[in-house]
Design a protein around this ligand. Structure first.
Ligand code: HMG
Ligand code: MG
Length: 301
């Protein structure tokens, strides 16, 4: 199994979508440029969603054509209208959202799981027809627990992941949306997933609400998973999951991987600085542990 770990950067999308202070498009582009210069090669840049549902990302069609050259960018697409908007600006790498709980899927995209999957079949078909070199990721959110319906059994998350796989998605990202899971639960779910799905197609998307995300990464790494989603500075949360904390911080993930002797593409010193202008606008201090440590070390030099 490879020593290289892919980091999928969520800051510009998951990191910002829940913030009520509007971040200007120019500042988002500066943030993305800084992430790219810090070595991030895969960045989920925005969402083509209803501006009434997620006002922060209403500038997706303006932002996309201005993205700095370098990284592989993707965008979250919830429905056919989102796909059409994405294609109109040349976005061919999309992320589809569904969940292991009907209640959560309803709250997020106003569809049941079944309705979302039926819609995705047409979206994937149209994407493949319209664009060569297309790529599709499927999210299975609330894979461990739903804020509305409670604990989710691994079989449920596996069955939704398999439905996505059968639609022809290239990658499946398994979400601990409200940051509740512990390593023993990650171990159980990963075993069930790997019985059906090749590990190269699986990513984990941990939120760090209760401080268990790095322990969960360690567990998934042991099982052979090599793709993790994270957000610079630990920005993030979900508008439809009350109390959901930020994503696992990319700084914490990169630091941990390096110390574990695994390779990745991130320059931690550059990354620690990348989110500072956005944090400043949001009136937030850096709080991701590895980011704070790197910034403190640089002040001492
Ligand atoms: P709806 O209200 O049922 O949609 O929302 P509708 O079809 O009735 O349309 C309502 C209005 O939105 C209409 O406009 C449509 O044209 C427009 P109006 O006639 O009222 O002026 N509309 C759109 N506009 C722009 N782009 C579109 C679009 N679609 C319709 N794509 C809808 C359904 C899916 C649109 C809505 O629920 C939505 O946008 N949801 C997105 C929610 C979202 O982004 N949630 C956060 C992402 S998920 C997440 O964070 C979890 C994740 O990180 C993993 C994890 O942590 O586990 C991925
Ligand atoms: Mg998320």
């Amino acid at each position: 199994m490879s020593d290289f770990v892919c980091i999928a950067e969520m800051g510009p999308r998951d990191g910002l979508q829940n913030e009520s202070v509007s971040v200007p498009t120019g500042l988002k582009l500066d943030f993305i440029r800084a992430l790219s210069e810090a070595g991030l090669e895969d960045i989920e840049a925005t969402s083509f969603v209803s501006p009434k549902w997620v006002p922060q990302l209403a500038d997706a069609t303006e932002l996309w054509p201005q993205l700095p050259v370098g990284p592989r960018y993707s965008a979250l697409v919830p429905n056919m209208k989102g796909l059409q908007k994405a294609l109109s600006v040349g976005c061919h790498r999309i992320a589809l959202f569904t969940a292991a709980s009907d209640e959560f899927t309803k709250a997020n995209i106003n569809m049941t799981i079944e309705e979302s999957l039926v819609g995705f079949a047409d979206i994937v078909a149209q994407l493949r027809e319209s664009a060569s070199g297309s790529w599709v990721r499927g999210y299975v959110s609330t894979a461990f627990e739903c804020p509305f319906s409670g604990k989710i059994e691994p079989d449920k998350a596996v069955s939704v992941a398999l439905r996505l796989l059968n639609l022809g998605v290239d990658e499946i990202s398994i979400g601990d949306t409200i940051g509740v899971a512990s390593p023993h639960e990650v171990s159980e779910l990963t075993k069930a997933l790997l019985a059906e799905i090749p590990k190269e197609k699986l990513a984990y998307h941990f939120h760090d609400t209760r401080g268990t995300a790095i322990a969960n990464v360690a567990c998934a790494l042991e099982k052979g998973i090599r793709i993790f989603d994270s957000s610079a500075a630990g920005l993030g949360g979900c508008p439809y999951a009350k109390g959901a904390g930020g994503n696992l911080a990319t700084e914490d993930l990169a630091y941990f991987l390096t110390r574990e002797g695994l390779t990745h593409s991130v320059d931690l010193a550059k990354l620690a600085l990348a989110s500072l202008p956005v944090l400043g606008l949001l009136n937030q201090c850096p709080y991701a542990k590895a980011q704070v440590a790197v910034l403190a070390e640089s002040l001492q030099k």
